[in-house]
Design a protein. Structure first.
Length: 382
């Protein structure tokens, strides 16, 4: 293999594919990226055997076609520090020679024959949806998924395909996000009703890809084993998580008595300020909703206190003051991904999960957060 290409385009493709590479691979070949050069261009591939990604690099001068399995971290680091517009790669024996301006590197390669085979265009049914709508919903929903990779069912996003809608769901047991997109038979294109659990790694890579794609509509291929996205430039395949997803519908509050509307940015700033006066042991913010707004307050021994006033509008509820406690981090995560100027906070009582939604089409996105039960001695549980 001997090629010349633009450093920026190669770096972007390598960065995408390197996102698949596992930190602690059981096989050395999985810590490499496969570069496949041909007269039609260069394709960069990465996989951890659960998720696979392929990115095409255009504008490549291919003097000698071929393949090379190059350690991902080394290649990405070299390209990141390069200041040259062009980069040359040539495989000689068991090394790849990389030339970028006045910099020259020799990096050992692994046998490319050992790299797993990847298939990104399976003949499976596909969902056809608006790219920006799906990307926005994935961003809003995925924040509630657990980051604990050992909790497989919750380290994921559920794709719940119904007769007339597509629901996306994530939870970590203390919060849950549910988003919905309308679907018709033409958009489903043969996809069966049912649940498909996509691991969080696949979700994060899919979001990264969709953010760079130019198409207004995209297709997601779904079958009982994997989810696949494929375009002319980038392809992604992810195995589904086995097992059943928690019964999320039971966690959505059905009875609401207190409803308030708050400016998203103002509440986000207030929560950030209040969280400065919390500790790991006392990570709680008190919300006191009244007729004039909501007061956020914290008290932590050896740290200090805070009291922040945020404007809010009461939509329903008769109590003069309604108080409830939340972990501020959960709500900060939520508010960061909301693109609406206002958010609606709904409650049944002080011990039941709070329901956060958007003023316009609130049923299309709901975020449920369990409150903290606080006694005089501090937080006692969730």
């Amino acid at each position: 293999m001997k090629i010349q290409c633009h450093s920026k385009e190669l770096f972007e493709a390598v960065g995408l594919a390197a996102g698949v590479v596992p930190n602690n691979a059981t096989r050395p070949i999985l810590q490499t990226l496969l570069l496949d050069a041909s007269p039609s261009g260069l394709v960069v591939k990465g996989t951890d055997l659960e998720v696979g990604l392929s990115a095409r690099v255009d504008g490549v001068i291919c003097e000698e076609p071929g393949q090379a399995a190059i350690p991902a971290a080394r290649l990405q680091g070299i390209l990141r520090e390069s200041r040259s517009e062009k980069v040359d790669l040539e495989v000689v024996d068991d090394q790849v020679r990389i030339v970028a301006g006045g910099s020259r590197f020799k990096v050992p390669v692994l046998p490319h024959e050992e790299f797993p085979q990847l298939d990104f265009r399976p003949p499976s049914p596909a969902l056809r949806v608006q790219r920006e709508a799906l990307l926005g919903l994935l961003r809003r929903v995925s924040v509630a998924a657990t980051r604990d990779a050992t909790r497989f069912q919750m380290h994921s996003v559920l794709i719940d395909c119904g007769e007339e809608s597509l629901r996306l769901v994530s939870t970590d047991g203390k919060r849950m996000a549910v988003g919905e997109l309308p679907l018709d038979a033409e958009q489903k294109k043969g996809v069966e009703n049912g649940q498909y659990i996509l691991p969080l790694k696949g979700v994060e890579l899919l979001m990264k890809i969709l953010d760079q794609e130019p198409e207004e509509e995209i297709e997601l291929h779904l079958d009982q084993n994997e989810v696949t996205y494929a375009s002319d430039r980038i392809s992604l395949s992810s195995r589904l998580v086995e097992g059943r997803y928690p019964e999320y519908e039971r966690a959505i509050p059905a009875e609401i008595e207190h409803v308030f509307s708050v400016e998203t940015e103002e509440l986000l700033v207030g929560l950030r300020q209040a969280s400065l006066m919390t500790t790991k042991e006392t990570n709680s913010v008190r919300f006191a909703f009244g007729s004039g707004g909501v007061v956020l307050s914290t008290v932590a021994s050896n740290v200090g206190e805070s009291r922040i006033e945020v404007s809010a509008q009461r939509e329903s509820g008769e109590e003069e003051e309604f108080t409830i406690h939340f972990n501020p981090g959960y709500l900060i995560d939520l508010l960061r991904v909301i693109d609406s100027p206002r958010i609606v906070a709904s409650f049944r009582d002080r011990k039941t999960a709070g329901l956060f939604s958007l003023p316009e089409g609130g049923a299309n996105y709901r975020h449920i957060v369990m409150p903290l039960v606080v006694s005089d001695g501090g937080t006692t549980g969730e």
